[in-house]
Design a protein around this ligand. Sequence first.
Ligand code: ARG
Length: 458
Amino acid sequence: MAQLWGGRFTGETDRTAYEFNASIRFDRRLFHQDIQGSIAHVTMLAGQGILGEEERDSIVRGLTEIREAVDAGTMEIDESCEDIHSFVEAALIERIGEAGKKMHTGRSRNDQVALDMRLYTRQHVTETDTLLKELLRVILAAMEENTETYMPGFTHLQKAQPTTLAHHYGAYFEMFKRDRQRMADIYDRMNYCPLGAGALAGTTYPLDREYTAQLLDFTGPSMNSMDSVSDRDYLIEYLAALSTIMMHLSRFCEEIIIWNSNEYQFVEIDDAYSTGSSIMPQKKNPDIAELVRGKTGRVYGALTALLTTMKGIPLAYNKDMQEDKELSFDAMDTVRDCLTLFTGMLRTMKFRKERMAASAMNGFTNATDAADYLVGKGVPFRDAHGIIGRLVLYCVEKDTSIDRLSLEELQKISDKFEEDIYEAVSLKTCVEKRLTLGAPGPEAMKKVIEDHKKYLQN
Ligand code: ARG
């Protein structure tokens, strides 16, 4: 395959060096974006009188046919080409002849690849947002159904205070909602068109960059041609946001793995998202949750790799930047698959509500409420804390719980205890009385759920 840049060279590129340099193996993914960008470019060139209208029509037709042929499988992307840009140009010249050689007027592969990658990423940002929205719908549906499904809330993975499933899921709703906001921010910030930056210093042709940007649905053209060809901030931001999504998914997976364990048995993961063991017949393992947790590492890896690649690159374009692709593509695929599978797993997961409620009742999750009860009887909080601490110790020794003690036993520790203590430390009361905004009390929760519903309608 002749090189686009063959003119200046007399010697052959070393075979291994050629392979090492070539990017078509992975940038063939940018095929559609490359065609889309080229059509916009020649449309603008003709608008400016740089290309004739017939030349433009012939190029646009040629590019469209190439796209259709590749999509239909009647034409193959030739992997002996250096990159996707070389392939498209060579295929065009072969198809339409002389006019094809004019397509690259006023353009460099540097602004071309900057555009292609931006178009590709922009589409993925939108796709990630759609997947997040779907996940939020599943979370919200579970919240609506479970405002009175009790479970223990933890700190240090020790039972702390009772809460509800709706409340616990509500925490993840907030996280994934912020992830969506990050998508919107990134989209807005990255949505400027680099085409027309040329190799680094623009071009002497009278390009209409506003028009090209408009044809490709950008907010406008980018404002510095050196930055245009060498900025990968938007990818770094996106990888950072993808890493954050993975961190959230991973925490959620970790909880599901714990909830699904033999000791907890709060949930049952559907057969569709579990696997068995080759040796232990009784096993049903949460592999999908474990894999999502595990794949978090490779997405963080992509972010770290790109940050490291970019840190020493002088302006403007350097070939190092070709390294942005494989790792970004891998991260995008990984997050797409993880979000899709996780959402399916969550949608089909069953809860063992009685076990969750029983677990919420033991482990002294009502100790704070017992202290608050004494405060209500005029005991200063710090003293109440001490009294309930002694009560807990007494219960631990007797292997029982606060609500199972007799009134006489309670009164031996404090004479402030009366018959209404049992009602005050019941699971239902402990949850229902937590009505501050953002707390698990069902009435407080319902307001939040209404808000979330409105949010998801837009
Ligand atoms: N494959 C290259 C990349 O991904 C395309 C740009 C090539 N530009 C150049 N001056 N060699 O960055």
